[in-house]
Design a protein around this ligand. Sequence first.
Ligand code: PEP
Length: 251
Amino acid sequence: MRKKIVAGNWKMNTSCPEGVELAKAVVAKSTEVPANVGLIIAPPFTHLCCVSEITEGSKVELSAQNCADHTSGAFTGEVAAPMLTSVGCQWTILGHSERRQYYGETDEKLVVKTKLALEAGLGVILCVGENLDEREAGKHFEVCENQIKNVLYNFTAEDMKKIVVAYEPVWAIGTGKTATAEQAEEIHAHIRKVLADKFGAQVADDTTILYGGSCKPSNAKELFAQPDIDGGLIGGAALKADDFIQIALSF
Ligand code: PEP
């Protein structure tokens, strides 16, 4: 049975003290969330060390929002996967559309980053998704399929146990425009088929596939009711503990 997960991507928001307060509120409310729903929060790098002291021993797991494509050395400004595990991180998000769009993250780089993250013992939340032009041109299935193939086809069925996929249509991120449950479900089902083609039906069936893009308490229930939507990667609504937990209670 694949795991249901709700993960909060805080992006470049909150000061460290604010982040600590938010994490405390999420941990306090996390006891309301059923055991079969995993909770992950992804604060900025600067907060990870402090926030890990708060999440430790709770059901809330800690994620980074990115990691470097090298393990150490002269790479000013970068943060390596082993550094993340050294402060208590269990996960990293990789390939978020904002990284792809503003920081030149390519599928080739994501192969390297995913490999290093797994080697360091991190789980990976790999984001895929089409932009508005691609959706309007009817290329959304193809774009997501290629992103999955370009990155995940370089890994093994064993590696897939530590990998979660997040389908995030770029036109729905931070825009208030959510994909309809049907639009999201058809891509999720397609992603699962693309995974099955390479890794077999069992691995595909066991892989958690999250939806991301203006997911909030008011629409989470309908999205999570879809057979291939196993939870959400939440941006804006993850900055309010009440909303984030409400979403996690929407299964
Ligand atoms: C995200 O950035 O991963 C995201 C889904 O953002 P939002 O929920 O704000 O659309």
